[in-house]
Design a protein around this ligand. Structure first.
Ligand code: NTF
Length: 830
């Protein structure tokens, strides 16, 4: 198993405490104290979880000084607070990350060793909080790390789901979902704040009344009220002296609410209300399923947004006595449309609860909010049927109508006579059944709108938000995504971290542009072999884990070709399958064929209701069975489906990859962030010109990147010209053979029905143009195979990839948000 050693960092040794060895002693004592006083366990009975908990509490204690300091900054009116509203935070295990960021990995290891415990074992004990689906939630986590590292006061606001993203098991080649009971053994990182609670109304109706000043006002009479309770998790910056806050809301029943029912003896109705309340934060919705009709999902969004905004209002009123200056206290970022109800909720709080005039409230709302779009896929753009919306948020619907009326009036004034334009821009979709379009609500209510990669932002302006761009181009920005080098390098790839730091020092951890300092060593023999050795060791570790989890034996000397991400047709895992079958057939036709030995590693979850994605998982496994057990292949090809891909597993997979597969149909992947993690860890990319791949290629150099496939423009031309996948099927022999084999039952024990829906779709629609890109992909993979045989050249390319990845640090992204969107600054050094 892999050892998670710390960087031999000058920052460790620099600490007075550390030099005296007292850090180790203090930690040892603290762990023992927590074992006794918090876990209530004598040494002789302590379980692994007891040790993990004791260590975690001891580490958390060491975050408190900085944390309490940061909390006191919340009251300082000079400091703007970044408020990141997100339905998902995919934080990954906390312990290792906190040890890295606090600079106490080695002292912790020693302290535990003195107690007869192994740090690595305790690190594996932590159940990761899987409060997100994939890239969007993980991005939020990387951004919190960077905010704290850059000393920007920030709060991440979200939902404390009792069950996060399901755990994936593979049974008979199919995905099976298991409830993620992540809180089962306790969560030492969070602190419950029973005194920070807010009431959130649901349903009912509105009433007009005249207030004491003679103004007509609106009162919302709900039919339910729930309570949100704050749970706080500290987020330590990397040796920055700042710890920011992740505040997640748990829903509970309002004690007083249904007392009436209780008093007349209707005990069951009172309990029912409690159950409804607790349901709201019960479970994370897996994405990629149509949201329409899911009342609970809208309830979740409103619940966390309302609690968060009420919390900000409270904090602001600790600073100032009027809400006029709210926008100077908070910059609120909407992570996709999931929190976009914030536009109407902030208006409601200001107008209904704090008696603001509409115009003043609107000015504050727009000055406070900004919106990030993360997808162009039409099926992922949120819209709520009007009746459903009205039944849950009657007051918000009225407010949205008013926002929309004023907005469309403005549009009509400037673009007279263009009724089509107003209809297209409207927050309410009136084509047939009526909907609230959440992306329009977010766009109208924000002072900045951004995409997450250069290409994505351009496409956003040309497609989904074209009309908004035309009337308000000044609102649009691009902020290309980034990932934190702390978790995705220092923590997960200690070997490479050590090697790099030996050569260029450790400044790159916070200033990854310094990785450029590796370029002079590119051709250096000793450095190259050390580089290869690290990769080889990471591959061996992963090979061990693969053996343990799947029973499949893989060869660390083979090319590790990795495709890990959510399973979706646009991400084209099945294109990868066609490639593997093609190589398989080449061997079958000529058992002596010269095929570079490869291990294909797939990983990723499919939304439980997404049939095609689940069928793709089954196909990978079925095809893998045939290939892995064929004596003609003689172990030259191995196919692995690594179950339950999550942050923890990602930390083992990225460092062990030789080749990173980023093969989405051009124009479909907004950015991708896995692509950055791979490249940062020395994998070379094979990819289309999609999302951030475009910029990664620009940075690392075209000669160090395997490019293939249609461009976004070519994709849209091909489609508008009437795309016929059968043409490609007819022309390409290897492609036809592979598809025929899937259809003919070669991978399904002769069953021609099993993969029929997939084959059918490819031959008749092929929405994601696998057939059109097939040949380019195969040819490019042949170049990859050849390149891998030239070990020296491959290693050079690998080093250059790492050396040139500086741009993709989430620190760079956060700096851009701070200066271009939030107008937020770091705390001065104390
Ligand atoms: C995802 N969007 C995109 O699909 C990824 O390309 C991108 O890297 C991440 O966001 C982060 O920006 C979503 O998950 C969603 F919800 F918008 F569909």
């Amino acid at each position: 198993q892999k050892s998670v050693a710390a960087v031999p960092s000058p920052a460790d040794e620099g600490r007075e405490e550390f030099r005296r060895g007292s850090a180790v002693d203090a930690l040892t004592r603290a762990i023992l104290d927590h074992l006794y006083f918090t876990q209530a366990r004598p040494l002789t009975l302590a379980t692994r979880n007891d040790w993990y908990m004791a260590l975690a509490y001891a580490v958390r204690d060491r975050m408190l000084d900085d944390w309490l300091k940061s909390l006191s900054h919340l009251r300082n009116r000079e400091l703007k607070i970044v408020s990141y509203l997100s339905a998902e935070f995919l934080m990954g295990p906390h312990l290792g990350n906190n040890l890295v960021n606090l600079g106490i990995m080695e002292p912790a290891r020693e302290a535990l060793a003195a107690l007869g415990q192994d740090l690595d074992e305790l690190l594996r004990q932590e159940e990761e909080p899987g409060l997100g689906n994939g890239g969007l939630g993980r991005l939020a986590a990387c951004y919190l790390d960077s905010l704290a590292t850059l000393r920007v006061p920030a709060i991440g606001y979200g939902i404390r789901y009792e069950f996060g993203i399901f755990d994936q098991e593979i049974r008979d080649g199919w995905q099976a979902e298991k409830t993620d009971k992540w809180l089962r053994l306790g969560n030492p990182w969070e602190i419950c704040r029973p005194e920070i609670t807010y009431e959130v109304k649901v349903g009912g109706h509105t009433e007009r009344f005249t207030d004491e000043k003679g103004c007509v006002r609106v009162r919302w009479v709900p039919n339910k009220v729930v309570k949100g309770v704050a749970y706080d998790t500290p987020v330590a910056g990397y040796r920055s002296g700042v710890t920011d806050l992740l505040r997640l809301w748990k829903s509970e029943a309002v004690e007083s609410f249904d007392f009436q029912a209780f008093n007349v003896g209707d005990y069951y109705r009172a309990v029912e209300a409690k159950i409804f309340s607790e349901t709201i934060s019960k479970v994370l919705y897996p994405n990629d399923e149509p949201e329409i009709g899911k009342a609970l999902r809208l309830g979740q969004q409103y619940f966390f947004v309302s609690c968060s905004l009420q919390d900000m209002v409270r904090i602001h009123l600790l600073r100032e006595n009027s809400l006029d200056t709210f926008a100077a206290s908070f910059a609120v970022q909407l992570n996709d449309t999931h929190p976009s109800i914030a536009v109407a909720e902030l208006m409601r709080l200001l107008v209904d609860e704090h008696q603001f005039e509409w115009d003043a409230a609107w000015q504050i709302t727009r000055a406070t909010l900004a919106y990030t779009n993360h997808t162009l896929l039409p099926e992922a753009l949120e819209k709520w049927p009007l009746p459903l919306f009205a039944s849950i948020l009657p007051r918000h619907l009225e407010i949205i109508y008013e926002i929309n009326r004023r907005f469309l009036d403005e549009v009509r004034l400037v673009h007279q006579g263009d009724d089509q334009l107003a209809a297209r821009l409207s927050i309410i979709d009136e084509n047939g059944e009526r909907y609230v379009r959440m992306a329009h609500l977010a766009s109208v209510g924000s002072h900045a709108i951004n995409g997450v990669a250069a290409l994505h932002t351009e496409l956003l302006k040309q497609t989904v938000l074209k009309d908004f761009y035309e009337i308000h181009p000044e609102l649009f920005r691009n902020v290309t995504n980034g990932v934190t080098p702390r978790r995705w390098m220092v923590l997960s790839n200690p070997g490479l971290t050590r090697l790099i730091t030996e050569r260029i020092g450790d400044g790159w951890v916070t200033n990854p542009d310094e990785l450029r300092g590796l370029e002079p060593f590119v051709a250096d023999q000793t450095f190259q072999s050390a580089w290869q050795k690290v990769k080889r060791e990471n591959k061996s570790v992963l090979a061990g884990v693969i053996k343990a989890r799947t029973g499949i034996v893989v060869d660390p000397a083979s090319l590790f070709d990795v495709l890990v991400k959510r399973i979706h047709e646009y991400k084209r895992q099945h294109l990868k399958v066609l490639h593997i079958i093609t190589l398989y057939n080449r061997i079958k036709h000529d058992p002596q064929a010269d095929v570079t030995p490869r291990t294909f590693i797939f990983g990723g979850k499919a939304a439980p209701g997404y049939f095609m994605a689940k069928l793709i998982i089954k196909l990978v496994n079925s095809m893998g069975e045939v290939v892995n057990s064929d004596p003609d292949v003689a172990d030259r090809l191995k196919v692995v489906f690594f179950p339950d891909f999550n942050v923890t597993n990602g930390q083992m997979v990225y460092p062990a990859a030789d080749l990173s597969e980023q093969i989405s149909t051009a124009g479909k992947e907004a950015s991708g962030t896995g692509n950055m993690k791979f490249s940062l860890n020395g994998a070379l990319t094979i990819g289309t010109l999609d999302g951030a791949n475009v910029e990664i290629r620009e940075e690392v150099g075209a000669e160090n990147f395997f490019l293939f496939g249609l461009t976004a423009a070519e994709v849209s031309d091909l489609k508008s010209g009437g795309y016929d996948p059968r043409k490609w099927y007819g022309e390409k022999t290897e492609l036809r053979e592979a598809i025929d084999q899937i259809a003919g039952g070669l991978f399904s024990h002769g069953d021609r029905g099993l993969f029929q829906p997939l084959v059918e779709h490819l031959l008749n629609r092929d929405d994601y143009l696998l057939l059109a890109d097939y040949q380019a992909y195969i040819d490019c993979q042949d170049r990859v195979s050849a390149a891998f045989r030239d070990r020296k050249r491959w290693t050079e390319m690998s080093i250059l990839n790492v050396a040139r990845m500086g741009k993709f640090s989430s620190d760079r992204a956060i700096r851009e948000y701070c200066s271009d969107i939030w107008q937020a600054s770091p705390l001065p050094q104390d």
